[in-house]
Design a protein around this ligand. Sequence first.
Ligand SMILES: [Fe+2]
Ligand SMILES: [Fe+2]
Length: 180
Amino acid sequence: MEIYEILHKDHEKIKLLLNDLINLDEDPEKKHVLIAQVRDELIPHSRAEETVFYNSLREMDQAKDIIMHSYKEHIKAEALLKTLQAKEKIDLDWKSTAKKLKEALEHHIQEEEEKIFSVAKLLFTDEEATQFAAAFEKMKPEIRKENFLGTTIDLIRNLMPPRFTSSLKKSDSPQPPSNP
Ligand SMILES: [Fe+2]
Ligand SMILES: [Fe+2]
């Protein structure tokens, strides 16, 4: 299986969860579970996607701008998720934030699947796309176990130019396949 198919499956799962969330009637327990599920799907997906996929693409001129744009959308979505978690705790108007998160992610996913996948398919071989998939699948469960601080450090690490990241790299982190 290639990376595109794996990422697409995750995207569909995240979209379904957000749909369930915004259609939820007042049910605090279910709301809490759904928000936790969104977190557990979104954060490992985004971190592994950045590490394996984005970081291999952003070195290439054809992909640099769209990848940096996509990183910003990851940050925006995570800020909305944090706001949603905070509002859920104090029972403020959480639904407007859930809707914003859904819209932001639907936009991001559409752009990712249309623009980034198209560029990647031109730049990577099928074999590389399969290697990315394996690295992504290996990395995701590890990220799921990390706390907020850990995933935030990973985000910063992914955003920094590669030459600055070596000192922050965890020795046990699975590494993405190298660039061609
Ligand atoms: Fe994605
Ligand atoms: Fe993404």
